[in-house]
Design a protein around this ligand. Structure first.
Ligand code: RB5
Length: 149
C-alpha cells in the first residue's frame, strides 16, 4: 500500500521506527513531517495527511502525536476521513472491519514501539466487511454532508 504518515514534535520520536516497520512489511511510505523534534502544532500534520488520504493520493494514513487524540480529531474534520485513535490492536482491527477507517492514530506517550507496530499490523491486515457495516458508514457520510439519517 501507499501510506502517508505524519506526526507532531512529540510523535516524531516514534515515527522513524514505524516508517521502518512499514517498509519492512513492503509498503511505500511518504512522511509529511515534521522533520525534527522542534515544537510544532499537530493540526498542521493531521490536516495534511488527511487531505492526502481524502483526495486518494494515498491508500491510507498513519498519525502520531502525544496521545493520538488531537491529531485524530483534526483528521476527522476533513471530509471522507474516518480516523481512529488506538492504544491496543483489537480496536484497530475492528475499526477497519466495521468502520472502514482510513487513518490510524496513536500516541507516542501512550504506546511503546512494539505495541504500536502490533496495532499497525492488525489495522493494515484487516479488511472492511461491508454489508450492514457499509450502511452505517454511509450514515456517517450523511452526517458529514448534513443530510438526514
Ligand atoms: C503536545 O504537547 C500534545 O498536546 C500533543 O502531542 C497531543 O498529545 C495532542 O493531542
Amino acid at each position: 500500500m501507499n501510506i502517508a504518515i505524519g506526526s507532531d514534535h512529540v510523535g516524531f520520536e516514534l515515527k522513524p521506527a514505524i516508517i521502518e516497520y512499514l517498509k519492512e512489511l513492503g509498503h511505500e511510505v511518504t512522511d509529511f513531517g515534521p522533520n525534527s523534534s522542534d515544537r510544532t502544532d499537530y493540526p498542521i500534520y493531521g490536516k495534511k495527511v488527511a487531505e492526502e488520504v481524502a483526495s486518494k493520493h494515498y491508500d491510507c494514513g498513519i498519525l502520531i502525536c502525544g496521545t493520538g487524540v488531537g491529531i485524530s480529531i483534526t483528521a476527522n474534520k476533513v471530509h471522507g476521513i474516518r480516523a481512529v485513535v488506538c492504544s491496543e490492536p483489537y480496536s484497530a482491527k475492528l475499526s477497519k472491519e466495521h468502520n472502514n477507517t482510513n487513518i490510524l492514530a496513536f500516541g507516542s506517550r501512550v504506546v511503546g514501539s512494539e505495541l504500536a507496530k502490533m496495532i499497525v499490523r492488525e489495522w493494515l491486515s484487516a479488511t472492511f466487511e461491508g454489508g450492514r457495516h457499509a450502511n452505517r458508514v454511509e450514515m456517517i457520510a450523511k452526517v458529514e454532508r448534513e443530510e438526514q439519517i
